[in-house]
Design a protein around this ligand. Structure first.
Ligand code: C5P
Length: 221
């Protein structure tokens, strides 16, 4: 079991909803959670101001934009996202080492201009909604855990601070990337809660025991 303080630092609450509900949820979470996740649903509706509003309420923000584009564009996107206040930003490992290196340049450039620590980069390995069948559908025949490991190593070596993977791969990834790597795991489901479109899931306790630095919980909350 995690202590209260460690739990506050480890849980990221996904605000996959409209602004009004996000603000209500944030007010209810104050003092109980320290991290929220702003993903595409909320960000595309509200833009960078929602990140600032969450900071003003005392939260740290995982900006889950899953950036994937040519390296030049990704450098600019990472710089802009960092300047908007993202504490963690997601990019796609599939974008290549060149793309990830440019994302790192972008957040380094922003760090020189913004208050606080540099935005940390979490590279998406294989989405937790994908299984062997959906990987094969897009032309990848490696076992899921091998594909996760390949993208994790590539991303980490190219300059990401860690990866986003399922709790089912967390132990293997902790071993591969070492104790300092940021390991963010969505696909977390308390016993008995609906799985929905997620495929590679585990309980919050199992994810933390496997070495996750942070777990993302959305619909169960
Ligand atoms: O509602 P649920 O707990 O399934 O939400 C998980 C969150 O984590 C979603 O906001 C989703 O976008 C995000 N996510 C994911 N798989 C990844 C990366 C992020 O499910 N690989």
């Amino acid at each position: 079991m995690l202590g209260e303080e460690a739990a506050r630092e480890s849980v990221i609450v996904a605000l996959d909803c409209d602004k009004q509900i996000a603000l209500e949820l944030a007010d209810r979470l104050r003092g109980k959670a320290r991290w929220v996740k702003v993903g595409m649903t909320l960000f595309y509706a509200e833009g960078p101001s929602i990140v600032r509003e969450m900071h003003d309420r005392g939260f740290k923000v995982f900006l889950d934009l899953k950036i994937h584009d040519i390296p030049f564009q990704v450098r600019g996107a990472a710089r802009s996202a960092s300047l908007s206040g993202a504490d963690i930003l997601s990019i796609h490992g599939l974008g290549s080492s060149a793309m990830i290196a440019q994302a790192r340049e972008g957040v380094e450039e922003a760090a020189a201009k913004r208050d606080g620590d540099r935005t940390r980069l979490g590279a998406i390995s294989v989405l937790t909604s994908m299984d062997q069948g959906s990987l094969s559908e897009v032309g990848i025949e490696l076992p899921v855990k091998d594909e996760v490991a390949r993208l994790a190593k590539l991303s980490f070596d190219a300059g990401s601070d860690g990866i986003v993977c399922s709790p089912q791969e967390a132990a293997q990834m902790r071993k591969l990337l070492g104790p300092e790597a940021l390991l963010v795991t969505p696909g977390v489901r308390p016993v008995g809660s609906a799985v929905g479109d997620q495929k590679r899931v585990a309980t919050p306790a199992a994810a933390i025991a496997a070495g996750a630095s942070k777990i993302v919980v959305g619909r169960p909350i």
